[in-house]
Design a protein around this ligand. Structure first.
Ligand code: BGC
Length: 348
């Protein structure tokens, strides 16, 4: 089902699609490819929206910290918004202190995507496409991006990303859902249990740019190899947690880049019994514990979002890869196709 959701200041009409399959319900906006809500049942079969969002387009445009949005051309930060490729230096739009975050001032979370619904066998979904002009936000090459959201008969939400370019460029697409499995507006995620199969993470400088080191998680608050309450070590006073106001780091997934999606995180809320299992082809996972939510935004339930009221689990290549030769490459060249897949399952 498609309906008018609202209009941008310039009159552009923003539509909203509602999808349902296998017990999962979601609403998607053409603006930013935003997943406005995603509803799944708890152990008693009661539905709740487990993602943060807004009810009005104006709030997404004015104040959204990427709630539910597609992120491009580059998920997370590029130091000083600068990199060199094939001997040419590029300066990107800088929107986070001196750094470029999530594609710059007007990233893929702020553009209007073309949206085409589809049904294929037992799947339902949406094809989203956007062509980013050569030089947009400082990135070289015309980037043709195609993202498919699929809801499967099992209630999985699958994202397939694809992109091509007409000049050498860098690309790192992801999705910025904020999860609270007890329901948006229900309080903190401190008691959610999280597992991440990663023996290393990428420590950052004070501007949250990776230093280049792959540090072992063993013996640190960053060890999520066994399921752990998020709140357990959050206040441990580790210098990396102090600098980021919590978790806001890239985990180096043990599995690396894979042809098929493999498990990268399991999140469980003991109170509701809801579980989110994420599998991806990507080599990295940004776990962000909602550190910058400051009680100034109000969600659909009419409740303010405060620090730690949700978390993000963003599948990705590592932040600032264009400036680190030891990180998996994010370079895309003409004739190549960028591909990435992430699957969210909600076993009960
Ligand atoms: C980043 C955070 C940032 C947030 C946006 C995350 O992916 O790692 O540092 O504040 O997105 O709200």
């Amino acid at each position: 089902m498609q309906e008018l959701f609202g209009k941008l200041a310039d009159g552009t009409r923003i539509h909203r699609w509602s999808l349902e399959n296998g017990g999962t319900r979601m609403k998607v906006l053409s603006y930013g490819g935003i997943v406005q809500s995603l509803e799944v049942p708890d152990r008693q079969g009661r539905y709740a929206n487990v993602t943060l969002g807004f009810t009005r387009i104006e709030d997404y445009v004015d104040a959204s910290p990427y709630f539910g949005a597609l992120i491009g051309r580059y998920g997370n930060r590029i130091g000083k918004g600068a990199f060199t490729l094939d001997g040419s230096a590029y300066q990107l739009s800088v929107d986070d202190g001196e750094n470029s975050l999530h594609g710059g001032e007007a990233g893929f979370d702020t553009v209007v995507w073309d949206v085409e619904p589809f049904e294929r066998g037992t799947d339902v979904g949406l094809h989203l496409s956007y062509t980013s002009p050569d030089g947009e936000m400082g990135y070289p090459g015309t980037l043709t991006a195609k993202v498919t959201y699929t809801l499967t008969a099992d209630g999985d939400w699958r994202i397939d990303y694809e992109a091509t370019t007409d000049k050498p460029t860098v690309v790192n697409l992801t999705h910025h859902a904020y999860w609270n499995l007890a329901g948006e507006g229900s309080g903190t995620i401190g008691d959610h249990e999280l597992a991440i199969p990663a023996a290393h993470f990428t420590p950052t400088d004070p501007g949250l740019i990776p230093t280049g080191e792959l540090a072992p998680v063993a013996g640190t608050p960053f060890d999520f190899r066994e399921p752990k309450r998020i709140g357990r070590d959050l206040r441990a006073g580790h210098p990396q947690l102090l600098a980021a106001k919590g978790y806001d780091h890239n985990w180096v997934l043990d599995k690396g880049i894979t042809a098929e999606p493999q498990e990268v995180a399991v999140l469980r809320d003991p109170s509701s019994g809801r579980t989110l299992r994420i599998a991806s082809t990507e080599p990295g996972l940004q776990f962000y514990s909602g550190n910058f939510l400051d009680g100034t935004l109000v969600g659909p339930a009419g409740r303010a979002y405060r620090q730690g009221d949700a978390l993000c689990l963003e599948t990705q290549h590592y932040p600032d890869s264009p400036n680190h030769e030891n990180f998996p490459s994010t370079v895309l060249r003409p004739g190549q196709t960028y591909r990435s897949t992430t699957v969210h399952s909600f076993p009960t």
